[in-house]
Design a protein around this ligand. Structure first.
Ligand code: SAH
Length: 234
């Protein structure tokens, strides 16, 4: 494994990792576009971390920024492995708890693209994009495995839940499938590491629960990224 690049949506999610590896910002690398590149070294290998960047002082969360960032990264840095690290919602009915860390399993779906049911349009909408088989890694490092499912909203409409249930989604986020699509186009393996900030069926207001748990989840995410790197670079 030569070059590994982490993609994050939010600065708060990436901050502990940037600090731990003492990564330095490469100012203007993607100018005039918003993504931001940090670089450093671990075990003699270069580590790349790219954030979607900000507009109007807010992190660019969601599928469009994630698509743009992934395309830029895969056409300039050309990593051997892309890791989408971030936070997610999960389901207590599926055994998840706040602070759990998951690796992506099986394939990656969209849950809010309803473009038809026939002639392959259903599959086109949902995506079912590949991610690397992390079964052994999860087993060795003690992480759970779950299918990531992505949409453009933090809240969950009834139609989204129906799609998540149908496709056995476990981790609800706003970037993974967009990144997975670009990774597939470039034939670059993708792994997602997701730390649970909120429970979609826990009865709490999602944004409030997300805010409350963001910094704890980011710490867990940093530890997980570190373990995964050590596993991949050993
Ligand atoms: N209003 C929020 C905006 C964050 S959006 C704020 O105050 O910061 C949530 C981010 O965390 C996205 O990048 C998404 O990938 C992830 N996320 C965490 N929980 C989520 C959930 N339940 N549904 C969708 N995305 C979630």
């Amino acid at each position: 494994m030569k070059k590994i690049c982490f993609l994050f949506a939010m600065h708060a999610e990436a901050a502990p990792l940037i600090e731990k590896f003492d990564l330095k910002e490469e100012k203007g690398f993607f100018a005039p576009l918003p993504p931001v590149l940090y670089k450093g070294e671990h075990n003699g290998k270069e580590i790349f971390v790219v954030l979607n960047g900000q507009q109007n002082g807010l992190d660019l969360v969601g599928c469009e920024p994630a698509t743009l960032t992934a395309q830029l990264v895969l056409s300039t840095i050309r990593p051997d492995l892309l890791i989408n690290a971030g936070t997610c919602g999960a389901f207590k009915s599926k055994g998840s708890a706040i602070g759990d860390v998951y690796l992506s399993d099986k394939n990656i779906c969209f849950h809010d693209r309803r473009v038809g049911d026939n002639g392959g349009w259903y599959e086109m909408g949902v995506g079912f994009y590949p991610c690397m088989d992390a079964t052994e890694m999860a087993d060795e490092l003690g992480f759970k495995l779950g299918r990531c499912t992505t949409g453009s909203s933090l809240d969950m409409a009834a139609e989204d839940l129906a799609m998540i249930t149908k496709n056995e989604g476990m981790l609800k986020d706003m970037e993974a499938a967009a990144i997975a699509w670009v990774a597939q186009l470039h034939n670059t393996p993708l792994l997602c590491i997701k730390s649970v900030t909120d429970l979609c069926d826990g009865g709490r207001a999602t944004e409030e629960e997300f805010r409350e748990n963001l910094s704890m989840a980011a710490q867990k995410l940093k530890e997980a990224c570190f373990k995964v790197l050590d596993y991949l670079l050993k």
